[in-house]
Design a protein around this ligand. Structure first.
Ligand code: NDP
Length: 322
């Protein structure tokens, strides 16, 4: 099978196309014939060596496809069935092994590209808006990078929960996409001071929660956008990691809460995984959640896709097609 392989960590050039044997599913594993592969920042961190994994490595974390073969003891899945998964290394390939416990069924008839585009960012948006800080009517949320893959889905879910959304984006074109996703107010944080604008938009009160995936360039100011006892949800670092932080600042700035969540801990049980995946995949299937999937690349162009997602030039989801 064709697969992208990393022999040593480094820049995008270490992502090379290789011919590898089709894996054989062991006990509890399912082999999927991959239809579409989601591209995510986490794969860049593994490529660079910031996150560690044994080499050689077939990278990846998200894929949709059909069940090709079942390992011993797997129940509940059938060959040919449409499925998708997140959090599984090795999806940059024509075939990928997934523990059955981490595989979910895709609704019949759903485009497998949409399933791959929706799952990781959708379940992230779901836990952020429903579990980390459960939004409801009366809440105001500040969502950074709201035209991004996760940002657009988070904005849609926050609006569906009844909250007001103040969005930040870098360009006019992205502002339009954030509004289309439902944002009530949009700040171009590359031109305006988003702290000042947020204060003005909330009559000085501040927001209840900030969802910050940008990190280094937004974290400090985001704290100043919160109301007393508000919650800072730092869930990524697209601009770089947040430097060490003195916790006394949380007291000074209003007895604030800070959390640094990750998806794994919010889909740790089968029940939670199925609930979040069901919400997202059914939402896409019935049109209550909309996706943008205009950035698709052949598997061999994985390096280009990783450069593009980090370039700030994309909107919505990036997919590799094997
Ligand atoms: P996005 O589609 O949001 O792309 C990143 C966006 O970040 C850009 O489009 C850009 O939007 C913004 N950005 C701001 N500053 C920079 C910069 N210096 N360089 C690049 N981008 C910048 O990507 P994803 O939705 O896939 O992921 C967003 C973040 O969320 C990532 O950091 C990722 O690691 C994290 N994440 C965390 C998860 C978790 O569970 N903790 C799960 C999934 C993703 P703009 O141009 O509008 O500023």
């Amino acid at each position: 099978m064709k697969a992208i392989q990393i022999l040593q960590t480094g820049g995008p050039e270490v992502l090379t196309l290789a011919e590898l044997p089709v894996p054989v599913p062991g006990p509890g594993q399912v082999l999927i014939k991959v239809a579409a592969i989601g591209v995510n920042f986490i794969e860049i961190y593994f490529r660079e060596g910031r996150y560690k994994a044994p080499l050689p490595l077939v990278p990846g974390s998200e894929a949709s496809g059909t069940v090709h073969a079942l390992g011993d003891g797997v129940e509940g899945f059938q060959v040919g069935e449409p499925v998708a998964s997140v959090g599984v290394m090795g999806s940059y390939a024509e075939y990928a092994l997934v523990p059955a416990a981490q595989l979910v069924k895709v609704p019949a008839g759903m485009d497998l590209k949409l399933a791959a585009a929706a799952l990781l960012q959708g379940m992230t948006a779901h836990y952020l808006s429903h579990s980390t800080f459960p939004l409801k009517a009366g809440h105001t949320a500040l969502v950074h990078a709201a035209a991004g893959g996760t940002g657009r889905l988070l904005t849609q879910m926050a609006k569906a929960a009844g909250a007001r959304v103040i969005a930040t984006v870098s360009t006019e074109a992205k502002a339009e996409l954030a509004r289309e996703a439902g944002a009530d107010d949009v700040i171009l944080y590359t031109r305006a001071d988003f702290e000042l604008e947020t204060r003005l938009l909330t009559d000085g009160r501040g927001v209840d929660v900030v969802y910050d995936s940008v990190g280094k360039t937004t974290f400090e100011k985001s704290l100043n956008c919160l109301r007393p006892r508000g919650m800072m949800v730092l869930f990524g670092g697209s601009s770089g990691p947040v430097p060490p932080f003195d916790l006394i600042q949380l007291s000074v700035r209003g007895s604030l809460f800070v959390t640094r969540p990750t998806l794994n801990h919010y889909v740790a049980t089968r029940v939670e995984l199925e609930e979040r995946a069901g919400f997202v995949l059914n939402g896409v299937a019935n049109g209550t959640l909309t996706l943008r999937t205009e950035h698709t690349y052949p598997l061999a162009s994985a390096a280009v896709a990783q450069v593009d997602i980090a370039s700030r030039g994309t909107t919505g989801k990036l997919l590799l097609i094997p």
